[in-house]
Ligand binder design. Structure first.
Ligand SMILES: [Zn+2]
Ligand SMILES: [Zn+2]
Length: 226
């Protein structure tokens, strides 16, 4: 990861300089970073991407399309300084008896795509720039088959993997998960709002029907007594 970190930092600096040439931003690795636990004023960006792993015991290598990269970012207006903390979740070898967690290897193309998405989030969340966010999709080198190995995924074991989240079973994680998740939330919101309107409408219709029947019964009773 140390060698890789140089690439991450370098690409991040190139991208942020293109959009904010006068502002200082720093990207650092933080292995203690936790999803959804944010200090006040910090924003989060989570990306599930494709990467490769190699076991340090048996040298076996494998690929995964559910490698979580987590970023927390903060912009300090007064100091003109920005900070990004990053954590990459590890995986362990399936074949070894006591495997250690291995850090993934990303292609430079995917590093660049992840960081492009990150910079877009920074512009939107830290600088409040108004534009429609379109996620750049990740590239899978190979098509992967078989289920995600949750027993050997650090994010799964800590309860932060997309597999452990309560998502519909038909949902399959892709590179642009966040956008899809947001859209799904929005759809759910719309559906829920629509549902409650419909329910209210049905309820009020039922009450009107009851009143009408009651009036008819009263009229009949009154007529028959006269
Ligand atoms: Zn191994
Ligand atoms: Zn997992």
């Amino acid at each position: 990861m140390h060698q890789d970190m140089k690439v991450w930092k370098q690409v991040f600096q190139e991208l942020i300089r293109e959009v904010k040439p006068w502002h200082t931003w720093k990207l650092t690795l933080d292995k203690s970073l936790l999803p959804n636990i944010l200090k006040p004023g910090w924003a989060q960006y989570q990306q599930w991407t494709f990467a490769r792993f190699q076991c340090s015991s048996c040298s076996r290598s494998w690929a995964s399309a559910q490698v979580q990269v987590l970023f927390h970012m903060h912009w300090s207006e007064g100091e003109s300084r920005g900070q990004v903390k990053m954590r990459v979740f590890a995986q362990r070898c399936q074949k070894c008896s006591q495997p250690s967690f291995e850090v993934p290897k990303f292609t430079e193309e995917n590093i660049s795509r992840i960081l492009n998405n990150l910079v877009l989030r920074i512009l939107k969340k830290c600088y409040r720039e108004g534009f429609t966010l379109v996620e750049i999709p990740m590239i899978k080198e190979i098509s992967l088959e078989g289920p995600h190995d949750s027993d050997n995924c650090e994010a799964c074991l800590q309860g932060f993997c997309v597999q452990t989240a309560s998502l519909p079973t038909s949902w399959s994680p892709r590179a642009n998960t966040n956008v899809q998740a947001e859209r799904r939330d929005q759809n759910c919101f719309n559906d829920c709002t629509f549902y409650s309107h419909t329910a209210q409408h049905t309820r009020s219709l039922g009450v009107s029907c009851c009143c009408l029947i009651l009036i008819i019964i009263i009229v009949i009773v009154v007529k028959t007594t006269i």
